[in-house]
Design a protein around this ligand. Sequence first.
Ligand code: CTP
Length: 405
Amino acid sequence: MLLNKKILVCVTGGIAVYKAVALVSKLTQAGAEVKVIMTDSAMEFVTPLSFQVMSRNDVYYDTFDEKDSSVVAHIDLADWADLVIVAPATANVIGKLAIGIADNMVTTTLLATTAEVWIAPAMNVHMYENKAVIRNIQQLHEDGYRFIEPAEGFLACGYVGKGRLEEPEKIVQLIMEKFSQVTDLPLAGKKVVVTAGPTRERIDPVRYISNFSSGKMGYSLAEAAVALGAETVLISGPVELPIPNGVQLINVESAAEMLEAVLSEFNNADVVIKSAAVADYRPKEQHSQKMKKQDGDSSIELERTTDILKTLGERKKEQILVGFAAETNDAIEYGMKKLSDKNLDYIIVNDVTDPDGGFGNDTNVVTLLSRKGKTYPFEAMHKKQLAKVLVKTILDLERDVPNDS
Ligand code: CTP
């Protein structure tokens, strides 16, 4: 299935290097052409010979050892690859890449490539949770790198937790899915932008106004879009959720930041799904210092934020625009009104009083309304399942317009 695909595996130094040998072996067996670059630390664990045998190619580790005088090796390798995968990726290489350091054959090639780069981290659980590492991973997400999340379990250092390099079989499966997306999947070649989570509107440096949105629905929708082959951008307010594989994550805090991020992605998007619970109001004044309490009551003056969805509806050209409506009563009626007022193609109406739905729950009960005035109610189901069903239904309706008339 990977016939003629050129995969460059960058191996950095951790105990999981032995799994990278299995990865290279499986990729080669699947028909891929594989080349390997190692760091000095990686070579402390396994010798280049193992990778040479498994890849049936020379292994690269010295930036200045030019085997072929007609090319510059790190540029040649960078240009050669259809896909670059860093496995295992240490905290060190993640940090270097996040700030653009090129000090060895791996990092130099990573900076030189224009191919997609996937990063499969492996490290001690505390290192993985270290603030600097989290910051670097987020930066790389924003820069368009794709991560293969480490698995949980026993770690070589004796800890139990998150940090194990994903199993080679699973990595190969993800790579196969990526290459099959190019032709087979229904959203291949399409760009889907999903917004998720709440926004935070600051009052002062320690206080903000927000809501209970967990982001679960939006994250599930982004995951569903990736699975159907879309290039997926997830614009997220502050949530506590793992980043789905394959999405490009843009973190925002306020409604104003979300507006800016969405507008920057809108022109070349094919589908925009606005599941974020955006604040309708923000404090008129943001205090730069912590507000001190006074005797008696207090009030905060609020001003309206920009309605992002409405703005998109006004600017919309070919994009399919999908909104959400969180309602407590007369959900369908209010939903239909929002759909037409905001010039949407679809709206997903959410009765937040339903015990099986709403903020924070793993399940949701929604009705999809279309621009043709049709209603498509869905049973209560897990948000991950519901996301798949919703994306598929919208796709089917778009493909087969007569059914929706
Ligand atoms: N929305 C938005 N920008 C805002 C407020 C809401 O883009 N400033 C979007 C949400 O992402 C969602 C949709 O509008 O897709 C509906 O949000 P909801 O809060 O249900 O409705 P509102 O339009 O804000 O109306 P109301 O609060 O009066 O029900």
